[in-house]
Design a protein around this ligand. Structure first.
Ligand SMILES: NC(=O)c1ccc[n+]([C@@H]2O[C@H](COP(=O)([O-])OP(=O)(O)OC[C@H]3O[C@@H](n4cnc5c(N)ncnc54)[C@H](OP(=O)(O)O)[C@@H]3O)[C@@H](O)[C@H]2O)c1
Length: 332
């Protein structure tokens, strides 16, 4: 089969398009013929040794995708040959070969059906980022597992895969959603998705503008994938018991963080680790996500679809900041 091979930690620019032997299903596994794969920043981080996984070379990146079941181990019962399946979060593209290949071996426990009415494009890149946004929104056990209707959610990097998922899931929970994006064009798209307010994170009076927009409320929950200098601004928008779910740090390290900013309003910061979900927890969360999107009448956002030979262009698009998911068409 044809695949994009990672031979070293010199980044995705060094990926090699070549032939490798087809994968064979191990116990409990199926072979999925990939139709669409989806990119995540974690792929690019792994390719630069900036991710905990250290797979053996050559490795195949790609954690998300949709495809057809073309072979299965004798003990697999939940899918059959010819089924079209999505891949829920697992080891695919981390320690195991991933979806930037014509075929990949996946644990059957990580497969999901295509939600009714969804296109292949809509499912292909949704699982990882939607599960991440879900954990970010629901991980707080006190005062409640999920923010109450009418609470204020602030999403940084809102145009990205996780960000756009958090905006939609936030709207499904009845939250007032503030979205941050550096692009006016993507800001208009975020308004169409349902964001109540959109701001440019570079705005000098950002904190004042946010608080004026939601007065007399303050921010209850933040889904933050940017960090950097923006982080201190965000902390200062929080209300009493306000919480920040830290998903990523595209904006780099946080300069001169003052812990005192946390203790007057009992604010909390918590990391998000989507890999912590067991297959059962991931499936349960995924079902709730699909139900919520269906009720809202919205679908995962797709930025664009690149040809299989253009994987490096697809990674370049991901690096410049997409609006939703960047996909790669592997087969028809
Ligand atoms: N903790 C976990 O379990 C987990 C799971 C999934 C992802 N992540 C991490 O979360 C982050 C976001 O993932 P994603 O899939 O949403 O990525 P993405 O689709 O590339 O989107 C990230 C968005 O952040 C904004 N951004 C990028 N660089 C920025 C900068 N320097 N300053 C300000 N904004 C910037 C961009 O929005 P604008 O151009 O519109 O400003 C971009 O669209 C990544 O770091 C990823 O590795 C973590």
């Amino acid at each position: 089969m044809r695949a994009w091979l990672l031979d070293s930690y010199e980044g995705v620019e060094k990926l090699r398009f070549d032939e490798v032997a087809d994968p064979q299903p191990g116990p409990g596994q199926v072979i999925v013929r990939i139709i669409l794969a989806a990119l995540n920043p974690a792929d690019a981080f792994l390719a630069q040794a900036q991710y905990p996984a250290r797979p053996t070379f050559p490795h195949i990146l790609g954690r998300d995708g949709v495809g057809e079941v073309v072979a299965l181990a004798p003990d697999v019962q939940n899918v059959k040959l010819g089924d079209i399946v999505g891949i829920l979060r697992g080891d695919t593209g981390v320690e195991a070969w991933g979806t930037l290949a014509e075929k990949t071996a996946v644990d059957a426990a990580h497969l999901i059906p295509i939600p009714t009415g969804w296109s292949y494009e809509e499912i292909a890149g949704a699982p990882l980022v939607y599960l991440t946004a879900w954990q970010a929104l629901t991980q707080w056990s006190e005062p409640a597992a999920a923010p109450a209707t009418g609470s204020v959610l602030l999403v940084t990097g809102a145009s990205g895969g996780v960000g756009s998922a958090a905006v939609l899931l936030g709207k499904s929970m009845g939250l007032t959603v503030i979205a941050l994006t550096r692009s006016a064009e993507k800001g208009a798209q975020l308004k169409q998705l349902g964001a109540d307010f959109v701001f440019d994170p570079a705005e000098k009076t950002l904190r004042k503008s946010i608080l004026a927009a939601i007065a007399p409320k303050r921010v209850d929950v933040v889904v933050d994938s940017v960090g950097g200098a923006l982080f201190n601004e965000i902390v200062n928008t929080l209300g009493y018991a306000g919480r920040i779910s830290v998903v990523g740090r595209s904006g780099g390290t946080v300069p001169e963080f003052n812990t005192a900013s946390l203790f007057f309003r009992r604010n909390r910061i918590g990391g998000v680790t989507v890999g912590d979900y067991t297959p059962e927890q991931a499936k349960d969360a995924w079902q709730q996500i699909v139900d919520r999107l269906n009720t809202l009448g919205k679908r995962p956002v797709v930025d664009g679809v690149f040809a299989f030979v253009d994987v490096k262009k697809a990674f370049a698009r991901l690096a410049e900041g997409p609006m939703g998911k960047v996909l790669v068409k592997v087969a028809h």
